[in-house]
Design a protein around this ligand. Structure first.
Ligand SMILES: Cc1cc2nc3c(=O)[nH]c(=O)nc-3n(C[C@H](O)[C@H](O)[C@H](O)COP(=O)(O)OP(=O)(O)OC[C@H]3O[C@@H](n4cnc5c(N)ncnc54)[C@H](O)[C@@H]3O)c2cc1C
Length: 457
């Protein structure tokens, strides 16, 4: 058996693991990064990047159908799935090459193979023992199912959905969270009939309720069907499709069922508990500084309970590298991490919903303003509707921003700076926004909360 020694060993080369590696070498550490599949993990190969490429193709399909309204002659003839796949795979392979080059250029040692934690300071890969003064666990997540709901045949997860070489005629989606509504949006734009089944009372149930309701209205207008507040009971498969039975006795027939009920942590059988790590329902429990409690052993990314987002993984990876270096990095709570759902219309949010802010700061201590995009020139040009809601503490900072509408995801940068820098609307008010932009809508909401509305009533 051979042994390699590093300052830091990282198990898993996805968003969390590779970000930790990049920051660690910047800080002068030697790093061994263990990856069994491809650097970049879920986000690059099976998550963020491929789905956003599909959503962009979907947007072009919608624009082509609508072109005549803008005075442009075009005919929508259909979706060439192999061409969409080639476009998507082209982006992934270029980003993958870029990432491999960056990891190599920074002097990170990549150890290819499946790793297992065999001691708090050591990972075994085949017959190699990779020893680190510190070890970071970053093994990510997989598509979960429900008890008794087996994946296979016409019952698929997002991984198989990305590999389809056809547009289904009719598709059912179990789960109205981010992944479910993004695929619903793509398939509808590609010409499929779509039905979403969600057990909770609203689509995107983690968002501000008024945003969920606006999405439901927009989806209804687009002809995307949904059944809310009703639980899945069973599914049967036959030669041409599936029949899904719900607990209220309703049935939904479709060619395929996409199961999008969340993602479970990849931790089983990897030696974590044997090394002294606390694992709860598969997730690695850490303190707020991402330490597992076992000296020198940290965890980052989707295996740590909370938001499962690529940029949270990046942030946690950077955090742990800096923590090991003794730089005492600041903690960013999950509530202050920006979230975007890239369906049409888009949803973007950060911070507290109005209800949560009222709970935390007191109902009479918070105020909010919701600006309707109907008043925004650029949104009118784009023919998108929606709103931007800003929540503030009275005589205090902005604590939440909640947006829905075409392209609003791009506005989250300003919103997250305002919330994380604890800016008061009065601080932001003097800095006007370029005209005509959708940013102006955010500016109008800040101006209104600073009690000097320009166009708002
Ligand atoms: C369909 C879909 C769409 C998404 N869209 C977005 C989005 O738009 N924006 C966003 O922020 N997030 C999105 N996400 C979530 C995002 O992909 C994850 O939050 C992110 O990838 C988590 O990073 P991670 O490093 O924790 O795990 P992962 O990216 O899953 O990486 C873990 C890595 O560890 C490796 N590994 C696991 N076990 C071992 C082992 N024993 N030995 C060696 N290697 C191992 C795996 O091969 C993998 O490469 C999406 C996810 C999905 C599924």
């Amino acid at each position: 058996m051979s042994e390699q020694n590093f300052d830091i060993v990282i198990l898993g080369g996805g968003s969390g693991g590779y970000a930790a590696a990049l920051r660690a070498v910047q800080l002068g550490f030697t790093v061994g990064l263990v990856e069994k599949d491809k650097l970049g993990g879920t986000c690059l190969h099976r998550g963020c990047i491929p789905t956003k490429a599909l959503l962009h193709a979907a947007e072009i399909a919608e624009h082509t159908r609508d072109a005549a309204r803008f005075g442009v002659r075009a005919t929508f003839e259909g979706i060439d799935v192999p061409a969409v796949t080639a476009y998507r795979e082209g982006i992934i392979s270029s980003k993958y090459k870029g990432l491999q080059g960056l990891i190599k250029a920074r002097g990170i040692t990549v150890i290819e193979g499946e790793g297992r934690l065999v001691a708090p300071n050591a990972v075994q890969v085949g017959d190699q023992r990779i020893v680190g003064k510190n070890v970071i666990l970053a093994t990510g997540s997989y598509s979960r199912s429900l008890p008794g709901l087996e994946i296979g045949g016409r019952v698929i997860t997002s991984e198989q959905a990305l590999e389809l070489d056809f547009v289904p005629g009719k598709v059912a989606i179990l789960g109205g969270g981010v992944i479910g509504v993004e695929f619903a949006s793509v398939w509808k734009s590609f010409g499929a009939e779509v039905t979403i089944i969600e057990a909770l009372p609203h689509l995107v149930p983690n968002e501000e309720e008024s945003i969920s309701k606006q999405l439901e209205r927009a989806f209804r207008k687009r002809g995307i069907e949904y059944k809310l507040g009703v639980r899945f009971q069973s599914v049967s498969q036959h030669d041409d499709g599936v029949v899904i039975t719900l607990e209220n006795g309703d049935t939904v027939e479709a060619e395929l069922l996409l199961v999008a009920v969340g993602r479970g942590p990849v931790t089983q059988g990897l030696g974590y508990e044997e090394a002294g790590v606390t694992v709860d329902r598969g997730f690695v429990i850490t303190d707020e500084r991402l330490s597992t409690g076992v000296p020198g052993l940290y965890a980052v990314g989707d295996i740590v309970p909370g938001l499962q987002l690529a940029h949270r993984g990046f942030q946690q990876g950077i955090f742990v590298a800096e923590e090991i270096a003794g730089l005492n990095p600041i903690i960013v709570e999950d509530v202050n991490i920006p979230k975007i759902t890239y369906c049409e219309p888009e949803i973007a949010s950060i911070g507290y919903s109005e209800a949560k802010a009222a709970e935390k700061f007191g109902a009479d201590q918070v105020s909010s303003y919701e600006y309707n995009l109907a008043g925004n020139g650029k949104s009118h040009i784009l023919e998108t509707s929606g709103s931007i809601k800003v929540v503030r503490v009275n005589d205090g900072p902005v604590v939440g921003v909640h947006m829905i509408g075409g392209r609003v995801g791009e506005l989250i940068g300003e919103a997250q700076l305002a919330v994380n820098w604890e800016a008061y609307p009065e601080d932001i008010a003097p800095f006007l926004h370029a005209h005509p932009t959708q940013n102006e809508a955010l500016g109008e909401a800040f101006l209104k909360l600073a009690d000097k509305p320009l166009h708002a009533l």
